[in-house]
Design a protein around this ligand. Structure first.
Ligand code: NAD
Length: 292
């Protein structure tokens, strides 16, 4: 009878819906995984650490500065384990001893690595010095590259089935950032984005995925430094560009610059099985700046 057919159809579709909801939840869950975020003490890195923890991962951070107070909340809010290691990613020795300590504390676990530590320099191209350029390259390129390498070695050794490396590039690898004097920074971020598929290809045989995320303008100390002489890491900005935030807002299709939380979702997606078929790719999260 028709009523039996309808009831059977209804029950089947309900079951399928429930199964797909459970599958999607499973894909996004990072329960039981371990993540490492460099530059996680504040800004985008801190938001990434928070997002990964909210999805269930234990999170360790490497940074040269002590973490913001908000880092302490992650452990109790998300019921995961967190740890901070004072590491300078531009120093091979510091990076290697940071990894050694982290491996010991976390019993060699590592599934997700987000090399995010980075700096910017706002200096005209014609005035750039070797020293300034070297600082940028040693943190943004070498620091990121060797963080990813050490993480990959650890993932291969522990045999994780969920290895994912999320490199932090920038919109500055897609466009010459308007009104900012940051040619060398653009170059370092271009290096990150172009090394991404090359590393992804080499790590594919180990089941480790490598992608990058390219944020647009995000409200952090890094961007604040462009307009402020008081930044910890960017004293050379000397308040040269106080007018820039409104112009950045005007560059975005949605009329605002991002908060670090606006970038968090792309990182969690790339870290999780929801992006299991993605590798060697870049996700731009920029309010549309690079698209008009
Ligand atoms: P931020 O200055 O707030 O944070 C950078 C973090 O990196 C800080 O905690 C800093 O202490 C740490 N760090 C710097 N040098 C380090 C080193 N040698 N070793 C270890 N840690 C170090 O800046 P942010 O805006 O959060 O930037 C995070 C990442 O996002 C950077 O790679 C940056 O290039 C990228 N990014 C930022 C924006 C933006 O608009 N803010 C846009 C695109 C990309």
């Amino acid at each position: 009878p028709i009523s039996t057919v309808l009831i059977t159809h209804y029950v089947k579709s309900k079951l399928l819906y429930t199964a797909s909801v459970i599958e999607l939840t499973r894909q996004f869950s990072l329960q039981g995984r371990t993540a490492l975020v460099t530059g996680g003490a504040r800004g985008c890195g801190l938001a990434f650490a928070r997002g990964l923890a909210e999805a269930g991962a234990n999170v360790a951070i490497f940074d040269i500065i002590d973490p913001d107070a908000a880092f302490q909340d992650i452990e109790k809010d998300c019921s995961v384990r967190t740890a901070y290691y004072k590491v300078d990613v531009s120093s091979q020795q510091s990076l290697e001893s940071g990894f050694a300590e982290f491996q010991k504390d976390f019993d060699n676990a590592l599934d997700i690595c987000v090399p995010c530590a980075g700096i910017n320099r706002h200096i005209p191209f014609l005035e750039f010095t070797y020293k300034d350029h070297h600082d940028l390259v040693s943190i943004n390129v070498l620091g990121l590259y060797f963080t990813a390498q050490l993480a990959a070695q650890q993932m291969i050794a522990n045999g994780t089935k969920h290895g994912s490396i999320v490199l932090v590039a920038s919109m500055a690898s897609h466009i010459a950032v308007r009104s900012q004097l940051c040619s060398a920074y653009c170059g370092t971020k271009g290096a990150v984005r172009s090394m991404c598929p090359a590393i992804a290809k080499e790590l594919a045989e180990y089941g480790i995925r490598v992608n990058s995320v390219s944020p647009g303008y995000v409200r952090t100390e890094m961007t604040a430094a462009v307009g402020s002489p008081n930044s910890l890491l960017e004293p050379w900005a000397n308040g040269q560009f106080p007018h820039l935030i409104p112009s950045w807002e005007a560059e975005a299709m949605n009329g605002r610059i991002a908060e670090p939380e606006d970038i968090m979702g792309a990182c969690v997606f790339l870290a999780s099985d929801a992006s299991a078929y993605m590798t060697g790719q870049d996700i731009i999260v920029d309010g549309g700046v690079t698209r008009w």
